[in-house]
Design a protein around this ligand. Sequence first.
Ligand code: SAM
Length: 279
Amino acid sequence: MTASHRPLKRFGQNFLESAWAEKLVRSIDPQADQTFVEIGPGRGAITLPLARSARHVVAFEIDRDLAADLRATLPGNVTIVEGDFLDLTAPELVDALRRCSAEGPIRVAGNLPYNVASPILFKLTELVGAGVPLADAAVMLQREVADRLLAAPGTRDYGVLTVLIGHVAAVDRLLQLPAGAFRPQPKVLSTVVRLRFQDPHPAVVDPRVFAGMTQAMFTRRRKTIANALLAYGSPAGIAPEQALAAAGIDPQRRPETLAIAEIAALSDAYANARRRAVL
Ligand code: SAM
């Protein structure tokens, strides 16, 4: 590693101490037939122990200097791709995996830059939705973000992130870490969660309607659901009361009390109305 490299705040660079990196990789339990996609390898704290156990690691690093250092030092079963993970498309990822002859389960790992953690989570679901066969993702997050992923309906943390990620992944907690596990130390506590990707559960008529309606209704999370849905407008001319009746949901409930299956039923009411309007 070049001695001149200083951790960059804009890239969320909080490097994991090696004892914690080893502990994290043990909890991920990499196997010899598995290929890993790593987001933000940094100085290679996780990359190296992953590469010792896994078949191959394809690591995406935005920091040009770190990417160059890693290329010079890491073993042959690691491919470093320099660039912004958020710009990655499904065909580009498939191509990168093909070039390293990836076989077997494809897994994701990363101590995420906290400033863009949610967009990275959505990028992962976008890649899976576009057909990239990612099995799971073990990601380090700011504890509050992990709490939102794991929240139950009716709690303060339950919201857009819980619903949109929980619809396509089963989420569980792997590890909790103190600020002292990183250099420099972040001002927040950290949690590693595992997302096991699944087919959307339950399936929805139109995923874009599901996402758009969910985002809109949580902008008014303390209102009644009938009122909150006004934030979504009335696509295809259907009023909130009609959509709620079609989904069998009491209009007096609050958005934050709706389970994912209920939100899916509600979005299907809108999506079906739109389809009928188009036909
Ligand atoms: N994995 C290393 C570790 O655990 O010590 C570094 C983790 S650090 C929290 C986040 C890493 O992600 C940094 O190396 C940073 O340069 C990189 N990074 C930040 N934004 C990125 C992006 N959009 N795409 C790819 N890498 C990114």
